[in-house]
Design a protein around this ligand. Structure first.
Ligand code: NAD
Length: 378
């Protein structure tokens, strides 16, 4: 019987858990034995008793890892903690392969097969397994909610007996999964919303959500969706045109949510200190990219910084601020992945070497790094 172990997250500030009572039950229905580290779900509002009722064994890390074939995590476990697992066991989590290269090397050395969920390819078949999408969606929502909480005014237009309050103006920079959810959330709260991106395909998406599209027209951006839905670093001419456009627009905004990322690189700088100085005091900027280097000059992870009367916020780990929902979706992503590759005869998931998903997410096997993206940046 294949043994799945679910660890309690050890990283500072990580409140999520990689399995819920629901996914434990589903893994057991597939024929797996599931063991959960005691207390693993507490910060996501899942009690040990809930896991036990779903059929999981509970125990200390060393006990649940003994003989484990598959170890599930939100973030990658410390390689030193993995003693006792089965040879060639799979480690499945958000492994931050570029940021935590030494840890990936240690997984290779330990002879385990490390599978990085954030490298899931953007193909239709893998959509339900995509942790970047599920977590970004919630992060986009949370950014708007927390920006609204820090804003000393209301979002919607209000007509009261004492007079009228005008609607907040919200500007969303970067319209991927997080940005689209930020637009929808800010609209629901009653703000007047505008948004921008470098990928031309987002123009229609912005407009279909009832927001105004603000685009650089003088220099060509990225045609359509971009490669795999991702942006690349832009030319200097584009950056200059974007800075000019943003300068003209941002001074009139009350709320700015930045979400721009470029895979494997530092986040692009979108807002300078001079642009912040042009904003009205009391405005709020939420930098969702703060942990990847930041879109906003002066933003500091997990701190509220005030510059020129403007509040700048951003979390090192935004989904961890919604642990119950973020865990529920993350856990389903893991289940959807493993169940799609479940081999009934073998009684466990099998990853064919030639499968596109295997090639994309497998980092280590047989003691070495095997992933093309990682090898290209070695
Ligand atoms: P992301 O987190 O990598 O980046 C966020 C956004 O920032 C992107 O829209 C990007 O274009 C934008 N950006 C980058 N540099 C910028 C700059 N200098 N200025 C302004 N904006 C900039 O992106 P994401 O949220 O992961 O998604 C990107 C796309 O991939 C979306 O269209 C999404 O629908 C698609 N997607 C497809 C699948 C799938 O088919 N399985 C899964 C997830 C996402």
């Amino acid at each position: 019987m294949v043994k799945i172990a679910v660890l309690k997250e050890k990283a500072a500030g990580e409140t999520r858990v990689a399995a819920t009572a629901e996914t434990v039950r589903k893994f057991i229905a597939l024929g797996a034995d599931v063991a959960v580290e005691a207390g693993a779900g507490l910060s996501a509002a899942i009690a040990d008793a809930d896991y036990a009722a779903a059929g999981a064994r509970l125990g200390k890390a060393a006990d649940i890892l003994a003989g484990a074939d598959i170890v599930l995590g939100v973030q990658g476990p410390d390689p030193k903690s993995l003693k006792g697992i089965a040879p060639g066991a799979w480690i499945i989590a958000g492994l931050d392969p570029f940021g935590q290269r030494a840890r990936v090397d240690a997984y290779a050395k330990a002879g385990v097969e490390a599978l990085a969920m954030e490298f899931m390819p953007r193909i239709t078949r893998a959509q339900s397994m995509d942790i970047l999408s599920s977590q970004s969606n919630l992060a986009g929502y949370k950014a708007v909610i927390d920006a609204a909480a820090a804003y000393g005014r209301a979002f919607p237009m209000m007509m009261t007996a004492a007079g009228t309050i005008s609607a907040a103006r919200a500007f969303i920079m970067g319209v991927g999964v997080a940005g689209l959810q930020a637009i929808a959330t800010a609209r629901r709260l009653g703000a007047q919303v505008s948004a921008t991106d470098v990928r031309s395909a987002t123009r229609e998406q912005i407009e279909s959500l009832g927001a105004k599209a603000i685009f650089v027209d003088s220099v060509e951006g990225i045609e359509g969706e971009g490669s795999g839905g991702y942006a690349t670093e832009m030319s200097d001419a584009y950056k200059a045109a974007q800075a000019e456009l943003v300068s003209a627009h941002i001074a009139k905004q009350d709320i700015v949510i930045t979400t721009a990322l470029i895979p494997g690189r530092a986040a692009p700088r979108l807002i300078s200190d001079a642009q912040i100085a042009s904003m009205k005091p009391g405005s709020v900027i939420f930098d969702l990219a703060v942990a990847q280097g930041g879109n906003v000059e002066g933003s500091v992870a997990d701190q509220m910084v005030e510059r020129h009367g403007v509040k700048i916020i951003g979390y090192a780990n935004t989904p961890a601020h919604l642990p119950a929902d973020a865990s529920a979706l993350f856990a389903r992503n893991l289940y959807n992945f493993l169940s799609a590759f479940w081999d009934k005869e073998a009684g466990r998931p099998l990853l064919p070497d030639e499968d596109e998903i295997t090639a994309a997410i497998r980092l280590t096997k047989g003691g070495v790094i095997v992933n093309e993206r990682l090898l290209a940046t070695a």
